[in-house]
Design a protein around this ligand. Structure first.
Ligand code: ADP
Length: 264
């Protein structure tokens, strides 16, 4: 069994004493090198979970551990070194004037030696398939390419977990597909735990495991196939099972053999 990397123990959270609870008694564990998708309709509490993981917020009840360290006001700076974040808007994530400057920025901040920086730069740009764009200005990139660079920048500082909070939400279908392939590729070549936050069940297909949120509570947890089998119940909480999964069901019902080709 892999090592526990993230643990939520009976976590409840609200944005103020007079506010409603937006997370209610949530407990789950994420293991090293897993790809876990947190899925739920808008307002179900997903982004709040991400903010609690890197200490932007602290729970009123329960405990959160990242790599055995409890997240609190004392540990927060240490914890943030372990947690890399990629956000929704590709245009808000650039600090450099070229792709390579951008990826180098976080490494410079951490004082990495130049040799090590150059090595990591090559390594992470090829992990996201952007090695041919080193001196490109970010505004010349497509949305999907910008998000790939954002992933490379986070990978370069070697966090233990990367949280992608609706990182595909502002992309067109081509860009979305590009990012899902990039994430799957990164998981193969890098020792990193990935947490993708999404409201789109289509993006759960390739993950190792999914945690389904509804109204601030964990509604289900399991491998994508198990989750998709709850089709009707999912629809009632505002989530539509992906077309490919529905198609597989039809083929099975009609006893047509389904090949093991990847679903893309
Ligand atoms: P999701 O990411 O699933 O869309 P969020 O975690 O963003 O959900 O939000 C969960 C609930 O918390 C929602 O009802 C939302 O309106 C509320 N909420 C989010 N941010 C704030 C805030 N800063 N102040 C008050 N309520 C908030």
């Amino acid at each position: 069994m892999s090592k526990k990397l993230i643990e939520f123990r009976n976590v409840s959270f609200r944005y103020g004493d007079e506010q409603p609870w937006v997370l209610k008694n949530c407990s789950f564990t994420i293991y090293e090198n897993e790809w876990v998708a947190i899925i739920g309709h808008n307002g179900s509490g997903k982004s709040t979970i991400a903010k609690l993981m890197n200490g932007l917020l602290f729970p009123q009840e329960g405990e959160i551990f990242i790599d055995d360290k409890q997240v609190n006001s004392e540990s927060v700076w240490d914890v943030r070194k372990d947690v890399g974040m990629v956000f929704q808007n590709p245009d808000n994530q650039f600090v450099g004037t070229t792709v390579q400057d951008d990826v180098a920025f976080g490494m410079e901040n951490r004082g990495l030696p130049r040799e090590e920086m150059l090595k990591r730069l090559d390594d992470v740009l090829s992990a996201v398939g952007m090695e041919d764009y080193r001196i490109t200005e970010p505004h010349r990139l497509s949305g999907g390419q910008k998000q790939r660079v954002a992933i490379a920048s986070v990978l370069a500082i070697s966090p233990k977990v990367i949280i992608l909070d609706e990182a595909t939400a502002m992309l067109d279908p081509k860009g979305r597909n590009e990012i899902m392939k990039t994430i799957a590729g990164v998981q193969k070549v890098k020792e990193v735990t990935l947490l993708t936050i999404t409201h789109d069940l289509q993006e759960v297909i390739q993950a190792d495991r999914a945690i389904v949120m509804n109204d601030g509570q964990i509604w289900a947890e399991g491998v994508p196939r198990e989750i998709f089998s709850k089709k009707e119940a999912l629809r009632k909480i505002g989530l539509d099972v992906p077309f490919v999964s529905r198609l597989a069901d039809v083929l099975k019902a009609e006893a047509i053999p389904v090949t093991q080709e990847p679903l893309n």
